[in-house]
Design a protein around this ligand. Structure first.
Ligand SMILES: [Mg+2]
Length: 397
């Protein structure tokens, strides 16, 4: 087996795998030095011990050495379990201190609304929104992950005031069929399929309609693996394979949890023949995509560049997402030192996001406040301009 098949999202496989394994063992409340968020005065940060990190690196090495065997399959499933909704309803018991520490490190974006908008003053806010679990609730049937009319109306208003992109692991056409707003940017297949608004956007800074597909050469391979996965997973009731054009999702949402290992083994058996593909876990889903270094973080950077904000100091990107794959985008924002990531989660999770929101209803409340704040700011600007014009009229020449 090659490292591409290990449960990681990028080339820094050792560290990320260590994080996965530790999360499985119930201590998901840690960070590593490399990912440590900025210090908040008066709070302590939980760090993983060196001994534990080395222990987890051993697990990684063992999983890699066994060539795709049981350890690797178990790690996939355990990691998926740790981030799946049913488990988040009954998370492992946490001490009050841990919960408080996490909340202090990742406070509610609603509670911190004024601080966020103050930090954005004089800058152009650009909004990036994940779809599943962020704009729509996670439901058993992925084909029925509809967003509410009120959420759609909110996102429509949002796009009037800020450039807005939907960034999803889903096929772009699929996510568009759920959102149905032509004025947005869409980055489907984890950012491997990007398109600009099909309806005139007022936010373009000289950019043409974007269309970027860095993994198009993989389409035949993805089709082939899709067919193979459909065949092998037939035996597992409830298993659903989704073809996202540039990547694939194997949904575990409707599969009896006792059958998860069996289904993961079926996926693993197909993956063994494709070293150019890699596998990541999400909430009740295993995702397969090309090994190319392209993810939601790269998509965010590409879209900022397309909008004309490549090297601008006056841009303020806000990315809201709930899944492990969104961490790539949170990390980009942290590294750029621009804007913020907001994690949608009811429970503490290791994350590069700065703030948190608990569920899609809170996301909607946050987006509405953002729209109201911008409207009011524009109204004040308009009044101020009128006042100045009136004063100028009465001033002697
Ligand atoms: Mg999501």
């Amino acid at each position: 087996m090659t490292n591409q098949n290990v449960v990681v999202s990028d080339g820094k496989s050792g560290i990320n795998m260590a994080i996965t394994a530790a999360a499985v063992s119930g201590s998901s409340l840690f960070t590593t030095a490399a990912q440590k968020p900025p210090a908040v005065p008066g709070t302590s940060y939980i760090t993983i011990s060196k001994k534990k990190l080395l222990q987890n690196l051993d697990i990684n090495a063992a999983a890699a050495a066994c060539g795709g065997g049981g350890a690797r399959i178990n790690a996939w499933v355990d990691s998926m379990r740790a981030s799946s909704p049913t488990h988040m309803k009954s998370p492992p018991p946490l001490s009050g201190d841990h919960q408080t520490s996490w909340t202090m490190q990742h406070p509610s974006a609603l509670d911190m609304f004024e601080q966020i908008t103050n930090a954005s003053k004089g800058k152009q806010i650009v909004m990036f929104l994940d779809y599943d679990g962020t704009l729509s609730p996670i439901v058993d049937d992925p084909d029925r992950a509809f967003m509410s009319e009120s959420m759609r109306a909110t996102v429509r208003k949002l796009a009037r005031y800020f450039p807005t992109a939907i960034v999803s692991g889903r096929c772009r056409d699929k996510v568009y069929s759920f959102v149905r707003l032509a004025e947005l940017y869409y980055a489907g297949s984890h950012g491997m399929d990007i398109k600009g608004p099909s309806k005139g956007s007022i936010h373009k800074k000289g950019a043409e309609a974007v269309l970027f597909q860095p993994a198009s050469e993989y389409i035949p391979m993805i089709d082939e693996v899709y067919k193979a996965l459909l065949e092998v997973t037939k035996a597992t009731p409830g298993a659903k394979v989704e073809n996202n054009k540039f990547c694939l999702s194997v949904h575990f949402r409707c599969v009896d949890e006792k059958k998860w290992i069996e289904l993961a083994k079926q996926v693993g058996s197909v993956m063994e023949g494709y070293p150019d593909l890699r596998l990541t876990q999400g909430r009740k889903v295993l995702e397969i995509r090309p090994t190319i270094k392209w993810d939601k973080g790269k998509a965010l950077e590409f879209l900022l560049e397309s909008l004309g904000y490549a090297n601008c100091a006056d841009v303020f990107p806000v990315y809201i997402g709930d899944d492990r794959t969104d961490e790539d985008a949170f990390k980009v924002l942290r590294e750029r030192g621009q804007g913020f990531g907001i994690l949608v989660s009811k429970t503490p999770k290791e994350t590069n996001a700065s703030y948190s929101l608990q569920e899609p209803t809170e996301v909607m409340a946050f987006l509405r406040r953002l729209v109201d704040w911008k409207k009011s700011a524009l109204r004040n600007q308009f009044r101020m301009r009128r006042r100045l014009e009136e004063i100028n009229m009465f001033l002697p020449n």
